[in-house]
Design a protein. Structure first.
Length: 512
């Protein structure tokens, strides 16, 4: 029988054989599509049929940089939960934040999708606190880093923030009357600050008025990181595709990892009289084989973990803050009423720039409202973090979700949802100041720093940094948006925003 089949196949012409193969693939694909649409465990969740049938529509939107806008449009049509791929659900409700971020036991979040963060394993041989899959490991990282982000540490670090905020203001005075790219300058300042806090030395961006090459590499490789995540999700096929990546890309990544290790090693070799991040992290010790089950406060990181954590500290402590400041300034520049209201709060409150310190800016309610509204209107992390439903399934927002589903809390879509906020697409700081007009807003759906045990450890630091820099800028300068930059906020997203130039003219305020 077997020889008969082989002989029959040999008698077939190659065109006919090719046709049979193609028809077989079409049949298999059609069967998969029918299963995904009608019989898949997630088939009953709302969403467009095309997105439920295949991952291709979602990948297409990701590659175009339109995934945040498209996800928002789908939520406006289908509700608080939308099926955006065969195994993927997007959520925007306040209840879903709690269910996904605290899990079934009300404490631990649902596990991370393992395809995210694999780049750290490739580069450094370890996961950072952000991407480790193990909650015990995450807790160990967090225990070690927590002292560096305490209120006491924040007070001790304030002179570092003030130093670079003052240098930024001086650079603005140097360029008075000339169009400046505020977005770039905010990056210069935040990268210098986080560089000094993490490595004991800045990247000298403000001093040299340009990006450090390492930083430029990080900012220009976000698309590559997204492509890597998409390829990794392809399973066995990913190994074939990765072999096609040009050697130049692999060399650039190797150089990036080597530079990170060099910066960390140089900081380890010198003592610091200041309470920067490394004082606290290195104080816990560096171990070759830390016990993940130990709760000892002296338990330290491994060296590969330290490298991975340092990279995350630099990126999370700079790019997101620069985005926040850029969004705030764009909206101030395009809303004269809001700019005037903030000026009237800040300018009478201080007689000199040096008075604009952490404690003082924390007491300015309208400034805080502008910061909050900037975080809502364009959150620094637009797409959200993916979580996997573990064995046995979970209840999310009152509905059972089977195991294996990939859940994402879509921040941009949640913050712009008409279900969560009145005038959701408008920039209205007053919504954060009380009053009846916006009292129905679903503020629990607003979680720019995350929720639960994996919330952002640098929340207080980021807010104080943004308040200090924005307050000094508004106190010291009148600002005018350069014509042609009114559409700055229309940005593509590739993990983070692909921000363009934000040009404005700054004129120092005359006093006395």
């Amino acid at each position: 029988m077997g020889s008969f089949i082989c002989a029959a196949i040999n008698d077939l012409s190659w065109p006919l054989t090719g046709l049979i193969v193609v028809l077989s693939l079409i049949t298999i694909s059609a069967t998969r599509v029918i299963y995904n649409v009608f019989f898949h465990p997630l088939a009953k969740f709302p969403g467009p049929l095309l997105y439920g049938a295949s991952s291709i529509p979602m990948i297409y939107q990701q590659l175009r940089g339109n995934i945040t806008i498209k996800t928002h449009e789908l939520h406006e049509k289908y509700g608080d939960v939308v099926r955006i791929a065969p195994w993927e659900l997007s959520y925007i409700s306040a209840a879903s934040w709690k269910d996904i971020s605290t899990g079934r036991n009300g404490k631990d979040p649902l596990p991370l999708n393992p395809i995210y963060g694999l780049h750290e394993l490739d580069l450094f041989g370890a996961f950072s606190m952000l991407w480790t899959q193990n909650e015990t490991e995450h807790a160990r990282h967090r225990r070690i880093m927590a002292p560096a982000f305490s209120d006491r540490a924040l007070r001790e670090q304030e002179p570092i923030f003030a130093k670079y905020a003052s240098l930024l203001m001086q650079r603005m005075r140097d360029n008075a009357g000339t169009p400046v790219d505020l977005c770039a300058w905010f990056h210069f300042a935040t990268f210098d600050i986080i560089g000094d806090l993490t490595f004991g030395e800045p990247f000298h961006c403000l001093e040299q008025s340009r990006f450090h090459p390492w930083i430029r590499f990080i900012l220009t490789r976000l698309r590559m990181m997204l492509y890597g995540q998409i390829i990794t999700a392809m399973g066995p096929l990913s190994h074939v595709i990765k072999r096609l990546v040009p050697k130049r890309i692999h060399d650039e990544l190797a150089h990036h990892a080597a530079f990170t290790r060099d910066k960390v090693d140089r900081r380890r070799e010198k003592s610091s009289p200041r309470q920067d991040f490394m004082v606290h992290i290195l104080g816990a010790g560096i171990h070759n084989n830390p016990s993940p089950n130990s709760s000892s406060p002296t338990e330290g990181l491994t060296l590969p973990e330290l490298y991975a954590d340092a990279q995350v500290l630099v990126m999370a402590g700079s790019e997101t803050s620069a985005t926040l400041l850029s969004v705030a300034c764009f909206n101030l520049l395009t809303h004269p009423r809001i700019m005037a209201a903030l000026q009237s709060e800040i300018r009478p409150a201080f007689s000199s720039e040096d008075e604009i310190a952490f404690a003082a800016v924390a007491r300015l309610p309208y400034l805080g409202a502008v910061i909050n509204e900037s975080l809502r209107w364009q959150p620094p992390i637009p797409a959200g973090i993916h979580r996997l439903v573990p064995k046995g399934g979970v209840m999310v927002d009152g509905r059972y979700v089977p195991e294996g589903a990939d859940l994402v809390l879509s921040q941009w879509a949640a913050n712009r949802s008409s279900r969560n906020f009145k005038d959701a697409n408008a920039f209205v700081p007053e919504r954060w100041l009380g009053g009846k007009e916006y009292e129905a807003d679903e503020r629990e759906a607003f979680q720019p720093f995350g929720m639960g045990v994996r919330n952002c450890i640098g929340r207080s630091l980021a807010l104080m940094e943004a308040r200090m820099i924005l307050a000094r800028l508004v106190w010291g300068f009148d600002m005018e948006l350069v014509e042609g930059f009114e559409g700055w906020a229309e940005q593509k997203t590739f993990i983070l925003y692909e921000k363009g130039e934000l040009r404005a003219r700054l004129t120092p305020v005359k006093r006395g």
